[in-house]
Design a protein around this ligand. Structure first.
Ligand SMILES: [Zn+2]
Length: 589
């Protein structure tokens, strides 16, 4: 295959970075935004239903126009950040985008400030149906929003308050380099590199890597103590000001998931900790260890990993989607035949992987950094799933195009499950099967059980902070207690693990985000189980779920596939899939 076939064809969007088409689009936005502002600024509340609907549609059309060149610029920059032309376009777009959003911000604010009566009247207007979820999304924080000058004061004081502590946390953690002996030599590592040694084959290396990493954080315990205490105190005070009942409530409102559903999710997860413990005992058996230490949990089970070339990897992924449905197979294959994927790593290209859905009228693109590992194969299936979701939800208009956050990972993780199933079903070699199963089981443990441990810890931290300052000893105690519930007597926690809470940036950057991983993974496992049980009759519901994009709340979207997210029985279905995988593993070992 010629090299060019492995890069994406951005000419599907614009002929070239210097094309008149791109210039014409970029040159038109400021006037369009200014016209929109002239028409509606401080008038939104005075519009009748027909005029309000027209205004929202005009706003949506404007966003639609802007998404094309901005996404194009992002794709160019991601493909080669060293290219001066790409850098210039990208910079121009981000400055222009900032300017435009400042111009248009008033519209969101005025929609939020519409009186409840006004909103109810619009809700009853039949043609408004398409925009109700969008409006509810804007208005959901209305009861917790303060007066404008109070909000401005808070934002201003955050700069030297909570944001200063966040920055301190980031700067301190980023300043660390670590020294550790490896292969008879004293070497210097970044934190990332050190943590990747948890996948090393030597138990001693794994133990030292984790210990060196955590003890380093412990040396700065005074700073971490101040950061964690102040973040929790700040949030507590804001909860009081904004009249939230529990520390997790703002996150749940943002996710549109009822508090009870989150609590159910975590209780069912905790009730299944025994599954993780069973797996840890099996893994200890594979290593002929009496008991795993927590630094051994992600150790590799096979000496050598199987490698895939790209053509083979692509074929397996396309086939696993096609096996589910010919339509899915065709959609995924089109990414490759239409060259909407940038495949290989190279200097200047973005790391990691992403899928970009631009707008309902334009085809999505994928970025990969394929090196031939099993993990890379799963990444193709993952990003292709996002891409598929973007294609299937193209029936929606732009404001409803993107799936609600808790459901954004549905098609991607479902696609990974399709791939795992196909690989397992077609693999005879027990060594490869064992690796496949362990990789999937560990993935599920990390995204469900561990995230629930983190969320429980975080809840206790916030709740206890309301009664006064927490010492590091107390924080560690809560941390080890919650981890201890997961590990039981199947895993021994190493001494340095008492600092395990100190480096987790989600606690500082995105409070209570962790349970979203549990939610997404379990939702998909349960969907997958439903598919295995129901076969073809499952498919129309799942299709409807994907097709609805962001038109509905997560609970309503899940209901399209016959799922009630407030029902604990439903979450248990997800753990039944995990139990099945552990059972399969037991057959081999
Ligand atoms: Zn994803």
């Amino acid at each position: 295959m010629p090299q060019t076939d492995l890069t994406w064809n951005t000419a599907l969007l614009y002929p070239a970075p210097d094309s008149p088409e791109l210039e014409a689009d970029l040159g038109s936005f400021e006037k369009l935004a200014a016209d929109f502002r002239d028409k509606f600024f401080e008038k939104t509340a005075t519009l009748d239903n027909t005029a309000l609907l027209a205004a929202i549609r005009e706003y949506e059309a404007l966003q639609n126009l802007m998404s094309k060149p901005f996404c194009y610029a992002h794709l160019l920059f991601a493909s080669d950040s060293g290219n001066e032309v790409y850098r210039a376009i990208s910079q121009r777009c981000s400055e222009l985008g900032n300017k435009l959003s400042q111009q248009l911000l008033f519209f969101d604010l005025e929609l939020m400030e519409l009186s409840d009566d006004r909103f109810e009247s619009f809700r009853a207007f039949p043609e408004a149906a398409n925009y109700l979820h969008f409006l509810e999304g804007i208005r959901k924080f209305r009861p917790h929003t303060l007066k404008e000058n109070e909000e401005r004061l808070l934002t201003r004081k955050d700069l030297t308050g909570v944001r200063a502590f966040t920055k301190l946390f980031d700067e301190l953690s980023a300043s660390f380099s670590y020294q550790m002996e490896l292969d008879g030599e004293l070497k210097t590592f970044t934190g990332e590199e050190l943590l990747s040694l948890l996948h090393h084959t030597s138990p001693d290396v794994r133990f030292r890597a984790m210990t060196v990493f955590l003890e380093r954080h412990g040396e700065h315990g005074i700073v971490y103590n101040a950061v964690f205490n102040n973040m929790a105190l700040d949030h507590g005070q804001e909860m009081e000001l904004r009249q939230y009942q529990t520390p997790i409530q703002p996150t749940n409102i943002g996710n549109e998931i009822p508090d009870e559903a989150v609590e159910h999710l975590m209780c069912v997860t905790e009730a299944n900790y025994g599954l993780a413990q069973e797996y840890f005992r099996i893994k200890a058996g594979i290593f002929k260890m009496e008991k795993l230490r927590n630094c051994d949990v992600y150790a590799p089970v096979a000496e050598a990993e199987r490698k895939y070339d790209f053509a083979e990897a692509k074929a397996v992924v396309v086939d696993s989607y096609r096996e589910y449905s010919p339509e899915f197979g065709n959609i995924v294959e089109a990414f490759f035949t239409e060259r909407r994927v940038d495949v290989l790593p190279r200097t200047g290209k973005s790391g990691g992987a992403f899928a970009m859905g631009i707008s309902p009228e334009l085809p999505p693109f994928l970025l990969l950094n394929f090196t031939g590992t099993l993990r890379d194969l799963a990444t193709i299936a993952h990003e292709a799933g996002h891409g598929l979701h973007f294609v299937i939800s193209q029936k929606q208009s732009l404001l409803n195009y993107h799936a609600p956050l808790p459901l954004a990972e549905t098609a991607s993780v479902f696609g990974e499950m399709l791939l795992t199933r196909r690989l397992l079903d077609n693999e005879q070699d027990p060594v490869v099967r064992k690796s496949l199963l362990c990789a999937k089981i560990e993935d599920i443990i990390a995204t469900t059980f561990r995230q629930t441990v983190l969320t429980r810890f975080e809840l206790r931290l916030h709740n206890e902070r309301t009664a006064g300052l927490l010492s590091n000893d107390r924080i560690s105690e809560i941390w080890l207690e919650e981890n201890g519930k997961l590990f039981g007597d199947s895993v021994e926690m190493i001494p340095a693990y008492s600092w395990g809470w100190s480096y987790i940036s989600h606690f500082i950057h995105s409070r209570f985000y962790c349970y979203s991983y549990t939610f997404a993974e379990l939702l998909v496992l349960a969907l997958f189980q439903k598919y295995r049980e129901e076969g073809d009759s499952f498919k129309p519901g799942y299709h409807a779920l994907l097709e609805s994009g962001g038109a509905l709340s997560p609970a309503e979207t899940a209901r399209l596939a016959g799922i009630d997210i407030t029902d604990s029985g439903f979450w248990q279905k997800g753990y039944d899939v995990l139990a099945g995988l552990i059972e399969e593993l037991k057959q081999i070992v």
